[in-house]
Design a protein around this ligand. Structure first.
Ligand SMILES: [Zn+2]
Length: 81
């Protein structure tokens, strides 16, 4: 069963892609807290921004803007941005 994470858009193909291996969830392990619940908008934006800053060499402000632009297209955050 393959789903697309509602919070980051990543395809979830294997059990390990799901939070705590729970395939009933619509978000991936990267978008979950340690207890398996979904991260908040602010938590996800910060996580995505640090990933973008690291991989694309953007400064923090630019990375946060890019993260929010990406998130605006994802169902979990529709209407937030
Ligand atoms: Zn995700």
């Amino acid at each position: 069963m393959t789903k697309t994470c509602i919070a980051c858009g990543m395809p979830m193909r294997v059990t390990e892609d799901y939070p705590l291996g729970n395939e009933s969830k619509d978000y991936c392990a990267h978008c979950a807290r340690e207890d398996g619940s979904m991260q908040s908008y602010a938590e996800r934006a910060a996580g995505m921004a640090s990933f973008i800053a690291r991989t694309q060499g953007l400064d923090e402000g630019a990375a946060l803007g890019a993260a929010k632009a990406l998130m605006a297209r994802l169902p979990a955050w529709a209407g937030r941005a």
